[in-house]
Design a protein around this ligand. Structure first.
Ligand code: ACO
Length: 427
């Protein structure tokens, strides 16, 4: 008999198996708890709850470690490409040269959108937030690609996964083009995944667009850094939506909706807006005081994380990438100095030290994206583009699991007990 955890409830003792993963904390398997004790566990925000088994991504928040299929994020960001990381997340192993070429070709061949879907954009107001457009257009994919929505068929699952990864840059770029009133550009399959996205976003039909290799590399690295992150809010949303058997396009649209929130993917937009508001380094102490004040709702955006109680390893790479992009584009945004100073001051302040609040991936990403030319409203859309591969890989993992069940949490009910209806004249 393996490890057991003992629970005493209602005067009786119960034993629950303790399960071990390959690394990381063990879990207490409480699947029989309700049947045996008539009690639920209570864990709002799931701070102590493992919702699934997964072999994709591992995070050690105390040590600041992030591994995809065992490979450290720093090594992947330095040496790999977004296409390679996508293959790794989907298939479990790094591809051979032939496998990578084949995967790249497949994704490239799915980059176009159904022409009718392109007209769908015209229904939005020009000032619509790109994330609002992304939610709508990605949800609408199921209306256009219903030949790949049979989730019981592994071939359908593979095709819909490839479609989602391939079409996301086209969808995001079109959301941007629509907002600035420029014509949509069709994908150019002679370019890389990331080069193609840059061209569709910043190119115009009147001129040749030249992809700047350093910018392409930085953008690709940003995509790698956002590719997957274990069971975060949007990934859990995708899994929960998918657990009912909903089609993958609808599930990813649900993930995009969740990602939009400022406590999650929306933080990169909020972080840059905050840095702009702070403006000069002299004003930092004022904002640090506000962040510490319990009566002020202001938080340092791009700081703190549910899992990382150490430096987010993605923020380290992101900070380095800022300099590379500045050098390549010969720009120098004073907000970077403000950000560095803010980090320095916060990390020497007892409030942030005690609460273990460090910069997260969003703290520096906005500075890079802004230098490349993206408006802040596009930041979360870029996050969604990159995270699509993680969502898709997690969704596939869940659907392929024979023990998969519909997700259905319970509650601690605090409303009125049963009472009788009174007609309005008797209330
Ligand atoms: N600024 C000031 N104080 C903070 C911050 C912050 N950014 N983050 C957390 N705290 C404080 C909280 O007030 C709380 O204090 P208390 O214990 O005295 O009540 C304590 O630190 C713990 O914070 P919680 O909100 O309970 O931690 P949780 O794990 O629920 O939240 C979160 C994590 C949402 C990321 C939070 O740190 C936050 O709001 N950060 C700013 C938004 C942000 O950058 N989000 C991006 C996350 S990364 C991503 O999604 C890619």
């Amino acid at each position: 008999m393996g490890n057991q955890a003992k629970l005493t409830a209602g005067g009786k003792d119960f034993d629950y198996p303790v399960l071990s993963g390959s690394i990381g904390p063990d879990v207490i398997d409480i699947r029989k708890l309700y049947g045996q004790t008539g009690m639920f566990t209570y864990d709002p925000g799931f701070t102590s709850t493992a919702s699934c088994e997964s072999a994709l991504t591992y995070i050690d928040g105390d040590e600041g470690v992030l591994l995809h299929r065992g490979y450290p994020i720093g090594q992947l960001a330095e040496n790999s490409s977004f296409m390679e990381v996508s293959y790794l997340l989907l298939n479990g192993e790094l591809p051979s040269k032939t496998e990578l070429d084949e995967f790249d070709r497949t994704i490239t061949r799915h980059t176009m959108l159904h022409e009718q879907l392109m007209s769908f954009y015209k229904g939005f107001r020009r000032d619509a937030h790109p994330m609002a457009i992304m939610c709508g257009v990605v949800g609408a994919l199921s209306a256009f690609y219903h030949d790949s929505t049979d989730i019981a068929d592994p071939v359908h699952r593979r095709i819909s996964s490839h479609r989602l990864i391939a079409k996301m840059p086209t969808i995001a770029a079109a959301a941007y083009k629509y907002s600035v009133g420029q014509p949509f550009l069709y994908p150019d399959n002679s370019l890389s995944y990331t080069g193609n996205f840059l061209r569709m976003t910043f190119g115009v039909p009147a001129e040749e667009y030249e992809v700047v290799p350093a910018v392409e590399k930085a953008m690709d690295r940003i995509f790698i850094l956002h590719a997957d992150h274990e069971q975060n809010a949007s990934t859990s949303t995708v899994r929960l939506a998918g657990s009912s058997g909903a089609n993958p396009f609808a599930c990813i649209a649900a993930g995009i909706a969740c990602l939009w929130g400022p406590a999650h993917g929306g933080a990169n937009e909020a972080a840059l807006e905050m840095l702009k508001e702070i403006g000069r380094p002299e004003r930092i102490p004022e904002y640090i005081e506000r962040a510490k004040d319990k009566n002020d709702p202001f938080r340092l955006m791009g700081f703190g994380h549910r899992v990382y109680k150490n430096y987010d390893p993605r923020a380290t790479v992101m900070q380095k990438t800022v300099r590379e992009v500045f050098d390549a584009l010969k720009v120098n945004d004073p907000l970077f100095e403000t950000a560095l100073r803010l980090e320095e001051i916060a990390l020497s302040d007892p409030y942030f030290i005690e609460k273990k609040l460090f910069p997260n991936v969003d703290f520096y990403s906005g500075i890079i994206l802004s230098a490349i030319g993206f408006p802040t409203t596009m930041f979360t859309a870029l996050f969604a583009l990159a995270r699509t591969v993680g969502w898709v890989a997690q969704w596939n993992e869940m659907i392929s699991d024979p023990g998969q069940k519909i997700g259905r949490p319970r509650q601690l009910y605090t409303g009125p007990a049963q009472r009788d209806y009174l007609p309005v004249d008797k209330r």
